[in-house]
Design a protein around this ligand. Structure first.
Ligand code: PEP
Ligand code: MG
Length: 747
């Protein structure tokens, strides 16, 4: 075996910088780089393979292999040693390539002559861009030092691709950030939007990758780490001792900020010629690559923490704050990994659309987006790394798709879709003042669901007959502190003012399950949706319930008041809650406050048990409202938050419709007013069926009122009911097919 060569990574980076400063065209530059690396590494071969598409790699430049193979030799992800490096994101370093598992010989390259092989992934922040390979004839294993040197060069290379340095003929990664990309996520709020990217947290752009003076870079790193540590300590001192989750995150931050391994690796990178920010980014890149492979949620969270911390460090080092000086486009589409409800409210209605990498349908951000009627796509993996501020983007909230930098065809199709929607909006506006009167002469009352002050202008705009469900917990969810009684009563008064005498049904706090209030100790429950939530919390901790009931009475200030209790599962829960209301009224009377002119107290029917409660219960309540979201999840035992099962069972399933019909019949028999306020009430076909089985009040998102009214005005409920009964008698599992056919004939 020959003497190991000495590779000076600082020298190699120095030469690389000269190449980068040169304004040679992309291909020439790639050629120069392969030549330079081969020389510095004392190998006969250096090649760069880049991704042509998601799973094809192409030889884009080489020193040492046959030049005719450039842009001809391609391999699939996982194929051969190069493909394996690309797939696993790890280095292969062998002195006998042909004997190494996965080796595949590419005859056109002439590589049979080379025994040693070192392949290093070229990746940027966990995103795979290609593979950098060195090969030599003598059977040598490259030293750790050499592997490291090539890794550092690969990182610089990744940045060059990122910066569009290879935009030249033939280069595979040409102008990646100019390509059109489609992100397939999940719908959290439907609707379509067209606009330009506005990054919630703009990516820190590292332009200074190579450090000229390692001593100075080391000092810069130390100063930044110190600033970071002080920041973390400050956050820890402000964190409330009761908040276990927040403390846990901050402790993890502290652990990383003081991690010797993290520091040592970055110091070594600086020693090898990287700038301080490039060293931080290299660590971040490794963490992201691991994140892509780790499935354990705890570990993923920790890697996320490290990612956040790296971003903080990069901001300190580059001086780029959240503020980049860029002006928000007039039609902003917000792109973020995730966003909190308060931050989203700060943007308010200025946003045209939102695309998140994370989030969930029931997340607070989704609730707010829904309230503001802003199309929202969640689970759009990697969009924050792909999108740049100002990029054109189309959001299709109906399909859960975002098109970044769309090409002309996508754009044209989208424009047609938006034009059709605009036409439909015009149609809805034209019937805004008209009743939801069916062809058979039945009027259905359409009310809206709300929860924020931001919702209230919709009361007028949508033509709703009132607020059928005011989710009071939203006010609790979006604050960092528990709201005071006086704040609440003022808010409730403003809601009633905005309703101008139209009825408003206030639902008392429905917290627990997915609705976690930041200032309440989280309960660790195995099944929160079936756990300690809503009225169960209210009855066990009556202090909060009493406060809220008082605030409601005071907010009404002598006007009629309607209140309903969520998640009532049996009669005694309603009775106990009602008794609390009676006590609250009595207290207010003694205090001399005006009492509501009329008081109606209802319950939400969200558990199948209540459908079978004794008649007495049906007579006691002033009204019932079916919370279809919860009722359906318990009826089918299918978690409404679980993407895998959430859409598995159709609302128009015959069993569910029959169950709902039984409830309607019981209410008719007992004279109990009944409404339906789950999401299905806002879906036109479902709404028509609910009306056909006898529901006369439907409460929905304001944006749904137009479409639902429009379909009801063209429906004969008797005919539709016959259609449902026929399908059911035939043994159809769902009546959807038959109903759609009937409705198509009416449109
Ligand atoms: C329901 O469950 O249908 C409902 C309206 O309540 P929420 O969606 O707030 O649980
Ligand atoms: Mg519910």
């Amino acid at each position: 075996m020959s003497e190991p060569f000495k590779t000076d990574s600082r020298q190699m980076l120095g030469r690389l910088r000269t190449v980068m400063a040169d304004d040679a065209a992309g291909q020439t530059r790639l050629d120069q780089i392969t030549q330079l690396i081969a020389e510095e590494m004392h190998t006969e071969v250096c090649s760069i393979y880049l991704f042509r598409d998601e799973d094809t790699l192409e030889l884009c430049a080489t020193q040492g292999l046959n030049l005719e193979a450039v842009h001809q030799t391609r391999m699939r992800l996982g194929e051969g040693l190069v493909g394996r490096v690309a797939r696993t994101g790890t280095v292969i370093n062998t002195d006998d390539a042909p004997a190494t598992r996965g080796f595949r010989y590419m005859p056109e390259t002439g590589e049979e002559a080379y025994s040693s092989f070192m392949g290093v992934p070229v990746q940027r922040l966990g995103e795979k861009l290609g593979v950098l390979v060195v090969q030599s004839k003598d059977g040598r294993t490259f030293s750790d030092e050499e592997v490291y040197a090539v890794e550092v060069v690969a990182m610089v290379l990744a940045e060059m691709a990122e910066l569009g340095a290879f935009t030249g003929e033939g280069a595979a990664m040409s102008a990646r950030h100019q390509q059109s990309v489609q992100f397939r996520g999940t719908t959290a709020q439907d609707g379509t939007a067209r606009g330009h990217v506005w990054l919630h947290e703009p990516r820190v752009v590292v332009t200074n990758l190579i450090g000229e003076d390692p001593v100075r870079e080391q000092e810069r790193l130390n100063e930044a780490v110190e600033e970071l540590r002080i920041g973390v300590e400050r956050m820890l001192s402000f964190a409330r001792s009761g908040d276990k989750e927040q403390l846990e995150v901050l402790e993890a931050y502290r652990m990383f900020a003081n991690s010797k391994g993290w520091m040592r690796r970055m110091e070594e990178d600086i020693g090898r010629g990287l700038s301080a920010e490039a060293a931080v980014e290299k660590e971040q890149s490794t963490a992201r690559a691991r994140m892509a492979q780790v499935t354990d949620p705890y570990l993923r969270d920790r890697l996320h923490d490290l990612d956040d911390l790296s971003n903080r460090m990069l901001r300190i080092l580059t001086g780029q704050g959240g503020e980049t000086g860029a002006a928000m486009p007039p039609d902003p589409i917000l792109i973020a990994r995730n966003i909190g409800p308060a931050e989203l409210l700060d943007y308010g209605r200025s946003l045209k659309g939102i695309v998140l990498e994370e989030g969930s349908v029931g997340s607070h951000a989704a609730i707010i987006a829904r309230a503001l009627a802003i199309p929202l796509v969640i689970h759009a993996a990697r969009i924050t790394t792909e999108a740049l501020n100002g990029d054109p983007i189309l959001v299709d909230g109906d399909q859960g798709i975002a098109h970044l930098r769309p090409d002309d065809t996508v754009f044209a199709a989208f424009r047609d879709k938006m034009a059709m929607q605009a036409k439909a909006q015009e149609r809805y506006a034209s019937i805004r003042e008209k009743p939801a009167l069916t062809l058979c002469g039945q009027t259905i009352s359409l009310t809206m669901n709300a929860g924020l002050m931001a919702d209230l202008p919709s009361l007028e705009g949508s033509g709703a007959n009132g607020v059928g469900l005011f989710r009071t917990e939203l006010q609790f969810l979006i604050r960092s502190q528990m709201p005071r009684r006086s704040e609440l009563s003022e808010l409730y008064a403003r809601v009633m003012d905005a309703a101008h005498g139209k009825p408003v049904v206030f639902r008392t706090l429905d917290i627990g399950s997915d609705k976690v209030v930041p200032y309440m100790k989280p309960t660790d429950e195995p099944n929160p949706a079936m756990g300690w939530r809503a009225i169960r919390v209210g009855l066990d901790k009556p202090g909060m319930m009493r406060m809220q009931l008082q605030a409601l009475i005071r907010g009404a200030n002598g006007r009629p008041l309607t209140v309903m209790f969520p998640f009532v599962a049996q009669r005694d829960e309603y009775a106990a809650a009602r008794a609390e209301m009676d006590k609250a009224m009595e207290r207010e009377r003694i205090l001399g406050h005006p009492l509501p002119e009329t008081l109606k107290i209802g319950a939400m029917l969200e558990t199948p048990s209540l459908a079978f409660a004794p008649d007495k219960f049906y007579q006691e309540v002033d009204f019932l409202s079916i919370g279809g979201n919860d009722l359906k999840q318990f009826f089918f035992a299918a978690d409404r938050e679980n993407e895998r099962v959430r859409r598995r069972y159709d609302t128009l399933n015959v069993s569910f419709l029959t169950f709902l019909q039984n409830i309607v019949e019981r209410c008719t028999r007992t004279g109990t007013p009944l409404s339906f306020c789950g999401e299905d009430a806002g879906r036109p076909v479902e709404a028509a069926c609910l009306a056909a089985i006898g529901l006369r009040t439907l409460s929905m998102r304001p944006a749904s009122i137009g479409p639902v009214k429009s379909i009801l005005r063209r429906t004969h409920l008797g005919e539709l009911r016959d259609t449902i009964e026929d399908a059911s008698a035939r043994g159809d599992q769902s009546v959807r097919g038959a109903v759609m056919e009937y409705l198509r004939g009416k449109l």
